[in-house]
Design a protein around this ligand. Sequence first.
Ligand code: SF4
Ligand code: SF4
Ligand code: SF4
Length: 346
Amino acid sequence: MTKEIKLTIDGQEIVASEGQNILDAALENDIYIPHLCHHPDLKPVGACRLCGIEIDGGKMTMSCMTPVQDGIDVKTDSPAISQARKIALELLIADHHMDCLACAAASDCGLLDTSAYLGIQPDRLARLRPSDKGLPIDASNPFFQFDPNKCVVCGICVRTCDEIVGLGALGFINRGFKTVIGTFGNKSFVDSICESCGECVVRCPVGALAPKRPQFPAREVQTTCVYCGVGCGIYLGVSGDKVVSVRGDRERPTNNGNLCVKGRYGFKFINHPDRLTTPLIKKDGEFVEATWDEALELVATKLADRKGEQFAALASAKCTSEENYLIQKFTRAVMGTNSVDHCARL
Ligand code: SF4
Ligand code: SF4
Ligand code: SF4
């Protein structure tokens, strides 16, 4: 059993778990500490220098890199902390293309949130030399694009692809002020080993990695991805009568919110105009529309003629477990054969 640790943050007594870092413990208890490079799914690295704290009146330390300890007194703000944060953030903003109105991340941007929290003033920014970055945008991926001019080099995408996806498609290129994120050999995303899962895109705290055509749903429906036997939990975003977005369900233990490229981006078939909505029966070499009664009658007649080893069933991951159970039961008990398989094994 994990040991409980009692500490005080800004005068509030909290209970954390042994090994937890102070930033996560604070956030879990609704105490906000600014941060850009931290994500609860990833190992902390202390790169953005925004989450500074003071422990028992000592020197500033990064809360994401400091484990909780019994009896410590943590302060999340002081004149020294505030000044250090503002300088770190102003330097990031000065090196960032600020076209917020046209940015896909404008409604959910870590840079805007931390700027508002720290009260960054335009007159202080005016004294800094603005970014002259003119790096090309990589729009080669069909689902998302990468704008290095907006990247804050937090490394969340690099760690996501490495720690969660296990692919390591991304890394840091160059050093110091010229550091950028790129694929191995600095190839375009589409020519790299990237599998387009979008896990880095959903974790990017700014608009550097962003969906190409973001759409905002009016409501969401909790359901299960129909593509394969993993059965990842998803929320389908709906606007009117159309599905416009998918996000992973973090509460579903099958996938903890993670998705592959099919589950995240392959939802267009749902409202595609070419999708079949009525049965088709071949007559005189041509498919013609039929009623469900006609189609079921035809299938029942044909099945009755093909019992035994003339018959085999291939079940679908798009069906529920109960439907798949019925398919194997029907194959064995009614059609009299064990020739049954499932597409999830392919
Ligand atoms: S989309 Fe997925 S595979 Fe591609 S770089 Fe991002 S995390 Fe890695
Ligand atoms: S692309 Fe996004 S997640 Fe990756 S380093 Fe830049 S800001 Fe961070
Ligand atoms: S998101 Fe990918 S892995 Fe998960 S169920 Fe769908 S197809 Fe399978």
